[in-house]
Design a protein around this ligand. Sequence first.
Ligand SMILES: Nc1ncnc2c1ncn2[C@@H]1O[C@H](COP(=O)(O)OP(=O)(O)O)[C@@H](O)[C@H]1O
Ligand SMILES: [Mg+2]
Length: 363
Amino acid sequence: MILDVGMLAVSQVALYFTIKYLVNQIDVGGDPDRKKQLDKGNKVLERIGLKDGDLDEHERTIAAEIISPEDMNVTFADIGGLDGIITSLRETVIFPLTHPQLFTSSSLLSAPKGVLLYGPPGCGKSMLAKALAKESGANFINISVSTLTNKWYGESNKLVHALFSLAKRLKPCIIFIDEIDCFLRERGKGDHEVTGMMKAEFMTQWDGLVTDKDSRILVLGATNRPNDIDPAILRRLPKRFAIRLPDRAQRLKILQLMLKNTPLSPTLSLDLLAAETEGLSGSDLHELCRNAAMHPLKEVMRREGGLEGVGADFKLRPLTLKDFLTLDGDVLPPPGTNEPIAVAKQVNSYNATISELEIDDLS
Ligand SMILES: Nc1ncnc2c1ncn2[C@@H]1O[C@H](COP(=O)(O)OP(=O)(O)O)[C@@H](O)[C@H]1O
Ligand SMILES: [Mg+2]
């Protein structure tokens, strides 16, 4: 009898620990990525002086998405040709977050609670958002759709709630939603009920910021497709910046930035290259430069049959215009025939097709 009770007790204890172990495994999803995310979240919390215990489970999930300004490696100086927009962002976004006392004297001066960056892909919207986080010194929550959409009924709402409650603790804080059109797409028949509820919760929380004048929290959205955004959301993003394809002068600035550490032949005119690259986005130009910069290296590799015999003090030859017009061994006709565009479009054909989409001017 005593033995039986003992056995029962032991088996119960074993069962308890087995279940506890399994639950812990499930908690982190048994997924190393998720665990890494939570660890990352904990580090951020340490920095901002919150303890793990201060947050509920949902806030901890969101905490992993916080990016501190020190971790950002993009500054406004890295962005070419958008000086006007940068100045405007400083005045309307950064100063109200960092100097709230100057903006409370009149209700007309209060900071916008929603800012939208829109325009064709590859023109620097995400870059601007990152630099904004860096230069404003504000906490930055880079929230992705997958973090908020949870298939369990009611969980998404709790996550949205956690997002805003965490932002309030971290203020000044920027909530950044890249590709905001996917997240808060126009409510359609295909919309899942959960998504609809999450959206409603998001808007309620967001409106709470507008009534609280001192909230110092801003929702920043970026999109390639402003026309797909739910009008209710668009209304809450009153401050809008169009980030268009760069013009010739802007392309020159971008090229100068991208090539500033690359030896260039004295005969290479960046001005000419800028003129020849009409229609290319910043990311197309980046691809063009990367491609060109590979050429001297490839030549060495072909000549030496590898890189083994090449010493560390080896200097690559400067780039010429031809490097920009040649794509992986195919020599294209000389400039004057719009060929560089063809090159870059070929390199980045996905971008090229999308940048042809019409975007209505919202401003
Ligand atoms: N104005 C710019 N100045 C410098 N680099 C740029 C610029 N626009 C785009 N790029 C380059 O293109 C890449 C993609 O830009 P990104 O900001 O992600 O574009 P978007 O978010 O508008 O689609 C950047 O990482 C950068 O290398
Ligand atoms: Mg982007």
